[in-house]
Write a protein of this length. Structure first.
Length: 140
């Protein structure tokens, strides 16, 4: 019962976003920490691949439900873990000592964008939980 209540909201989607942004934050922090290490190649999680997987999972979730036997669990959003990949080198930027093209400014700006996405997802989750709490307590 509770599973279907939570799956009817945006909570599963927001949970996936929060998990992704936490993992990406660790990768970006590692890039900044190792910026001066000779030979270190900056990595990142593929944001576009995550967005594609999430959009596909949402589309599948929102399709009309197929026939299910009583007691058969509902389908949930997949939790396929994305692995960090090396950043693409852009030839029009400066080449740094580690043969990479992503400097500190790029890493920090990506970390800030990631943090804003994370904060927004957490804020929306908090709002969803407050709405559920109000519904449970029969308040408006």
């Amino acid at each position: 019962m509770y599973e279907s209540l939570f799956n009817a909201t945006t909570l599963p989607v927001l949970q996936q976003v929060v998990s992704f942004t936490q993992a990406r934050h660790q990768v970006l922090a590692s890039n900044i920490a190792n910026l001066d290490v000779p030979g270190y190649r900056a990595r990142d999680l593929p944001v576009s691949e995550f967005q594609r997987q999430l959009a596909e999972a949402i589309r599948q979730r929102d399709e009309p439900p197929a026939f299910r036997s009583p007691g058969e669990p509902e389908t949930t959003l997949p939790s396929r873990r994305l692995e960090p990949v090396e950043l693409e080198d852009l030839p029009e930027t400066i080449l740094y000592h580690d043969d990479g093209t992503k400097g500190l400014e790029y890493q920090v700006s990506e970390m800030l964008k990631n943090q804003m996405q994370h904060n927004m997802a957490v804020s929306l989750m908090t709002h969803q939980f407050n709405l559920l709490r109000a519904a449970i307590n029969e308040r408006t």
